[in-house]
Design a protein around this ligand. Structure first.
Ligand SMILES: CC(C)=CCC/C(C)=C/CC/C(C)=C/CC/C(C)=C/COP(=O)(O)OP(=O)(O)O
Ligand SMILES: O=P(O)(O)OC[C@@H](O)CO
Ligand SMILES: [Mg+2]
Length: 232
């Protein structure tokens, strides 16, 4: 995940060069609260260096940028704030319709990580309790029944503790949609735990921003994990 406010041009180019050797599946571009509207520039830089698909991760309709490939159309189903369940979507719909972006209807679930996260504050919602996998499972089930095509469990950017393996597994067991997990994954071990518990995709932001050497470590972990799944 690339936060348009945090990625400097030089660091971005260095990171993009490293993804040639250690590829990622997608670049997520976005943030809850963006202060520098440089999505277009960040996307143009990514395009100059790779052909990896670019997916918007928007906090509100101002973050829509048609030069990306797709957008996570997030409905914040862990919360009870109508604005983030459907309100912002009504505002964004005509823009998205004419944008040409692929729309990925996503059940977005915030999970408590011990401290208040930017997303929880900005959305004015309470996250799911960290130790209640059943609540997460029922939320995801309802999201799938409503037609959402992707589930995203997020402990929030820079979370002290990531989503627990128990919660990931309980969601994995009840829905057929792909499952994305993010927030606080800053070591190879945490990435492996999330994959082993049932995540199909992991999102890493702060960890790689802080330590670019995490990228090769994660790449190794993911390759080893995929190899072990193929052999089993
Ligand atoms: C319908 C459209 C286009 C937008 C609304 C989308 C909704 C409902 C968003 C849900 C709530 C929200 C504010 C999500 C933002 C998720 C996000 C991009 C998180 C990235 O992390 P940050 O919270 O920015 O991390 P930092 O605190 O590290 O900057
Ligand atoms: O920055 P981190 O903690 O990796 O979190 C990424 C993403 O899941 C945040 O929404
Ligand atoms: Mg941010």
């Amino acid at each position: 995940m690339l936060d348009p406010d945090k990625v400097g041009q030089d660091a971005l180019i260095t990171l993009l060069a490293r993804t040639v050797e250690y590829p990622v599946d997608f670049f997520l571009v976005g943030g809850s609260l963006v202060t520098q509207y440089v999505h277009q520039e960040v996307i143009a830089t990514i395009r100059r260096h790779t052909t990896t698909p670019i997916v918007l991760f928007p906090g509100n309709p101002l973050h829509i940028e048609p030069s990306a490939d797709a957008v996570l159309f997030l409905s914040l189903i862990s919360g009870r704030n109508a604005e983030f369940l459907i309100g912002q979507h009504v505002i964004a719909a005509p823009l998205l319709k004419s944008s040409g972006l692929e729309i990925l209807p996503t059940g977005y679930m915030l999970v408590d990580s011990g401290t208040q996260t930017t997303v929880s504050y900005i959305s004015g919602t309470m996250p799911l309790p960290h130790d209640k996998p059943d609540v997460a499972a029922c939320t995801a089930m309802a999201g799938e029944m409503l037609g959402l095509q992707l589930m995203y469990l997020d402990a929030g950017s820079g979370a002290r503790r990531p989503v627990s393996p128990a919660m990931i597994t309980s969601v994995r067991n009840v829905v057929d949609t792909p499952l994305v997990v993010g927030g606080g994954i800053d070591t190879g071990e945490k990435a492996y735990e999330a994959l082993k518990a049932g995540a199909d995709m992991i999102v890493v932001g702060n960890g790689i921003e802080r330590d670019p050497d995490l990228l090769p470590q994660l790449s190794t972990v993911i390759h080893e994990f995929n190899r072990s799944v193929i052999q089993a």
